[in-house]
Design a protein. Structure first.
Length: 233
C-alpha cells in the first residue's frame, strides 16, 4: 500500500484527469463547468482517502453501503455525503441521519422511511428519483410511467426535498441514448416540480455522454481512486 504522500499524489492526478474530461465535455456540449457537480465515489476505500480528498478540495463524496458510509461520516467532517446505492427500508433511518442527498429513491415505502428518519434526526434530506432505464428491477429504479406519482408522494413528505432524477446506463447500450431518456424524464418532472432540476448520471466510463445529455451530477469513483486491490476490497 502506498504512503500518504504517494497516495495524495495519485488522487490529485486522478482528480486532475477527470476534471479535464469534464471540462472538455462541457465545452463540447456548450455548457459551463459550474453546471456540473462531481461526486467522488469512495465506496470500499478507507476514511484516510476521504481526508486526502478533502485536502485536495473535494466536497461531494458518494457511498453505497450504510454500514461503511455511516462510519466514514462519523470520522470525516466537512463533506457533503451522497448515498448512491440501493437503500434497504430498514436502513433508511440510519442513512437519513448523515446523507445530504440520496440518489436512489425508487418506491414510496422507502420515501416514507427516509422521511421518518430525517424527521427523527431533525434534518432535511434531498432525494433523487431513480429512473429505470432498462426495465430491470434488479438494478433498481422506478419505471418512467411511475416517476410522476412517486415524485408527488416525495414532495408531500416532511424532512425530504425532491431534487430531481438519477439513472444508470444499461449494460451494452449506447449510454447517450439512455441518458437522453433520463433527460426526457427530467423534463416531464419539471413541469410539475420546477425545483427538481438535478440529473444524476454518468460514471467513470460514460461521463462525457452524461454531460452531453444534461447531467448536473456525475458519480465517479474508479477514474479518481483507481481499482482497489482484490485483497483490500
Amino acid at each position: 500500500m502506498s504512503g500518504p504522500g504517494e497516495r495524495r499524489a495519485m488522487l490529485a492526478a486522478g482528480l486532475a484527469e477527470v476534471e479535464g474530461r469534464i471540462a472538455a465535455a462541457c465545452d463540447q456540449a456548450g455548457r459551463a463547468r459550474g453546471e456540473v457537480t462531481l461526486v467522488t465515489v469512495t465506496k470500499t476505500w478507507p476514511a484516510a482517502d476521504l481526508v486526502l480528498l478533502r485536502e485536495l478540495g473535494v466536497r461531494d463524496v458518494g457511498e453505497n453501503k450504510d454500514q461503511e458510509a455511516s462510519a466514514k461520516a462519523a470520522q470525516v467532517d466537512g463533506l457533503r455525503w451522497h448515498f448512491v446505492g440501493q437503500v434497504q427500508s430498514r436502513k433508511a433511518r440510519s442513512v437519513a441521519s448523515y446523507a445530504d442527498v440520496v440518489h436512489s429513491l425508487d418506491r414510496t415505502r422507502l420515501a416514507d422511511a427516509l422521511s421518518a428518519g430525517a424527521r427523527r434526526s431533525e434534518r432535511v434530506v434531498e432525494v433523487l428519483v431513480q429512473v429505470s432505464l432498462d426495465g430491470d428491477p434488479a438494478r433498481g429504479g422506478a419505471l418512467p410511467a411511475d416517476v410522476p406519482g412517486l415524485a408527488d408522494h416525495v414532495a408531500g413528505l416532511p424532512g425530504l426535498r425532491l431534487g430531481g432524477v438519477m439513472g444508470v446506463a444499461p449494460r451494452g447500450e449506447d449510454p447517450r441514448q439512455a441518458f437522453d431518456r433520463l433527460a426526457a424524464a427530467s423534463r416531464a418532472l419539471l413541469s410539475d416540480h420546477p425545483e427538481a432540476s438535478a440529473i444524476s448520471a454518468g460514471m467513470s466510463g460514460d461521463l462525457e455522454a452524461a454531460v452531453g445529455a444534461g447531467a448536473t451530477h456525475l458519480r465517479v469513483g474508479t477514474a479518481i481512486l483507481g481499482h482497489r486491490p482484490p485483497d483490500l476490497r
